[in-house]
Design a protein around this ligand. Structure first.
Ligand code: SF4
Ligand code: SF4
Length: 161
């Protein structure tokens, strides 16, 4: 199967990475990069030269804090580009197994993180209601949530390939 043309897909989404001058301000501003192998400048570079990055684990290490985007001297919408590249990856069937697992939890329980007694107690300690305003509190809504997820093809998107 042909690799998707990431650069053109970014362009179609109104995201121009070609003006990047590789100054590294984005990487220097990245809190995630201080603790992981994420190198924001390198992601932008790979997009510029249209090198495959869809299999890079780093793509998923961005915490979407927007620091880099706010500071980029060229005004490049870096995080929006990362979101777009992630979307392309998922449509190619490429995602971390952890994300796939969480997606399956969402399909099954209508919630990415099913609640348990410990979380209930923690919530109460913080003065919150034991159950959030979600399907946990309104289990009758689960069928509707599942219907919505199926109607937009989410179930197929996160299915094992
Ligand atoms: S801060 Fe902007 S111009 Fe500098 S390397 Fe990052 S994306 Fe490129
Ligand atoms: S938005 Fe992502 S890439 Fe940008 S600084 Fe934050 S964690 Fe790093």
């Amino acid at each position: 199967m042909d690799e998707p043309d990431v650069l053109n897909r970014l362009k179609d989404a109104g995201l121009d990475v070609l003006t990047c001058m590789q100054c590294g301000v984005c990487s220097g501003s990245c809190p995630s990069g201080r603790y992981t192998s994420l190198n924001t400048r390198r992601i932008v570079r790979k997009a510029q030269v249209n090198t495959d990055m869809l299999h890079d684990k780093e793509l998923w290490m961005c915490a979407t804090c927007y620091n880099c985007q706010e500071r980029c001297p060229r005004g490049i919408r870096i995080v929006d580009a990362i979101f777009t590249i992630r979307t392309i990856a998922v449509h190619e069937g490429i995602m971390l197994s952890e994300h796939r697992k969480v997606s399956h939890l969402l399909l099954k329980h209508g919630h990415a993180v099913p609640i348990n007694d410990e979380t209930r107690q923690k919530r109460e300690k913080l003065g919150m209601e034991p159950l959030p305003e979600t399907v946990h509190k309104y289990p009758q809504a689960l069928k509707d949530v599942q219907k919505l997820l199926r109607s937009c093809g989410f179930d197929k998107l996160v299915a094992e390939k």
